[in-house]
Design a protein around this ligand. Sequence first.
Ligand code: NAP
Length: 273
Amino acid sequence: MTDRYAVLGHPIGHSKSPLIHSLFAQATGQDIGYTAIETPLDGFADTVLGFRAGGGRGLNVSLPFKLQAFEIATEPSERAHLAGAANCLKFEGDRIQADNFDGVGLVNDLQRNLGCPLAGKRVLLLGAGGATRGALLPIAGQSPALIAVANRTADKAHALGRDFAAHAQLQSGGYQDLAGKSFDVVINATSTGLTQEALPLPAGLFAPGAIAYEMVYGKGLTPFLKQAQAAGASRVADGVGMLVEQAAEAFAWWRGVRPETQPVIQRLTVPLT
Ligand code: NAP
């Protein structure tokens, strides 16, 4: 019998997850069905429980439901717990397991696909929302020289510093606190790639050889990536690889088979021009 999976979000029409998981299923010979379900803003729990009651095996969870996905879980992973958010659920009997694969997807993309090991590097995350929360533990696990978080609302960056104190010593602050500092890896985890807004980045932020990584994908050269190129970053990348790598983690967790990611990344890549 075909096992059923889906992605929940609002809106969800733009989601690439059904395509990604159908390509993974074809490549690995797994018999799964995967759909996108537009979920009412006040109907997340009902949709999850209804999908499970109908025999569904697992769900990906997109915006704005990642916090609720964590809350509905009976068994959240440590990563999901620290992030306070989950992007993947697995159903086994009465158990609802939850994990957060966004951060490991980012780390796998940087290290495996882009050839950028994080050990010993100075890593800066711009933004202090859910994406940064999900990324911190996987990044800290790679032993970077330092991790800094800068956010428009500096207090949110400081709060992250406190929440993650047992796992990493974060430098936290606002954009003005970045003056005079340079980093090897600069990750834009704000939503400015969607709104096409520029960030107030100081001169000298990108160290020689630095990579600039935009989590938003499919938008070509965003204002952040243009800023990075103009400021001398050696390489720029968007978040398409992160998207596919987090999907691969979910697929492996659900199915016990790890799909190849490169062909899917190539299929979804929009040139950075
Ligand atoms: P979120 O929780 O809503 O956080 C948004 C962040 O962006 C906050 O830090 C916010 O700062 C900042 N921000 C928004 N507008 C800004 C502006 N004009 N100037 C400066 N900062 C601004 O969102 P999220 O879940 O962290 O996601 C962030 C982005 O990552 C989204 O665009 C999402 O598409 C992308 N993402 C990609 C993947 C992938 O697989 N590639 C996975 C997850 C997320 P304040 O706190 O000051 O409001």
